[in-house]
Write a protein that binds this ligand. Sequence first.
Ligand code: S3P
Length: 166
Amino acid sequence: MKNIVLIGMPGCGKTTLGKLLAAKLKMEFYDADDVLEQREPYSIKEFFAQGEEVFREAEQRTAEFLACKENCVIAAGGGVVKKEASMAAYGKNGIIVFIDRPADAIVNDVEIKTRPLLAAGTQRVYELYDERIELYRKYAAYIVKNADSIENVLSQLVKIAGEMKK
Ligand code: S3P
């Protein structure tokens, strides 16, 4: 089966949902940020210190590496949609699912200080959401709203996986 690639804002639940989905479907799970840090010589923070574009190139290399796998659930980084080549890699062997969590819910939930792009404060979350929403929608084969219970979102993801097999 193709990979299931979860995209969406930092704090939208990609990693939590991805792990649960992978466990339920007996698929492997990869968090692209973790894979990037394992494979690359610098941490995400260090990459950003060299400039966002340097980070996006490392993110593209990670996407190309993960796209060679199959039958995996992948949680992509929140800004992966900013580089078309990364999305092309993920799209080659994966179904892209946008986890759409309202910016309000993210602001009330996330440890902002651990996210480099959000360190500027909660206003940044709303700005990023507005900046990226069209890109998330553009690349998504499916859009799942994460506005209520995690069980509800998970069951929608399981349904999508079922449709992929048909
Ligand atoms: C980023 C989101 C992060 C990580 C990096 C850049 C972004 O991933 O890839 O800090 O540009 O939104 P998460 O969405 O997993 O936090």
